[in-house]
Design a protein around this ligand. Structure first.
Ligand code: ADP
Length: 163
């Protein structure tokens, strides 16, 4: 059985992430979405790990071979722990390439049993990122269609609580 893993911070999950998850799910018998706790990324995540996991679980409920788990270890160790042999990453513009190339090389050095593969973002989501979504929402713009509806509502709630 081939198991893949799609890692990320997913703060919050976007339609771009979900497109990659859906396409990766079609390539593997089973797929684990790994939610990195990333307490220090960008001044700390907006959503807790539990919230981020729940958003992805709800948005992937129709995909029977997808499960979602939080992790706080080296990615290759988490991959070994869940029995995944392939790390799947989404690639947007060339700006992703440098960082992803470095991470893939380092992960290969750490564990030769875990391969990294890339799926190209579709043009519609090429410029979509969790940080752009938060930036738009903070300034009162609409993020509908860029994230699942439940996430859209949760961002509005979170931002109004913070005000
Ligand atoms: P972000 O870069 O949005 O903060 P993450 O750290 O959660 O997101 O990224 C997890 C993975 O998802 C990375 O491999 C990243 O390149 C990929 N990804 C993020 N946004 C998109 C998108 N719009 N289309 C395809 N892949 C994406």
């Amino acid at each position: 059985m081939k198991r893949g893993i799609v890692p990320g911070t997913f703060d919050p999950v976007t339609s771009g992430h979900l497109d990659i998850i859906e396409r990766a799910a079609a390539l593997f018998d089973s797929l684990v979405v790994g939610v990195a706790l990333s307490p220090d990324k960008g001044g700390g995540p907006l959503f807790s790990a539990e919230e981020r996991v729940t958003f992805i679980q709800d948005a992937t409920a129709h995909l029977e071979n997808v499960s979602v788990r939080a992790f706080d270890t080296l990615l290759v160790d988490f991959a070994e722990e869940v029995g995944a042999s392939v790390i799947v990453k989404g690639l947007r513009a060339m700006t992703d390439f440098e960082r992803e190339f470095q991470m893939a090389a380092l992960n290969w050095r750490l564990d030769h049993h875990v391969e990294t593969m890339f799926i190209m973002a579709i043009p519609e989501y090429m410029y979509l990122s969790s940080s752009a979504v938060k930036e738009i929402a903070v300034h009162g713009g609409s993020v509908r269609e860029l994230v699942p509806d439940a996430v859209c509502d949760a961002i509005s709630r979170k931002l109004s609580e913070a005000r």
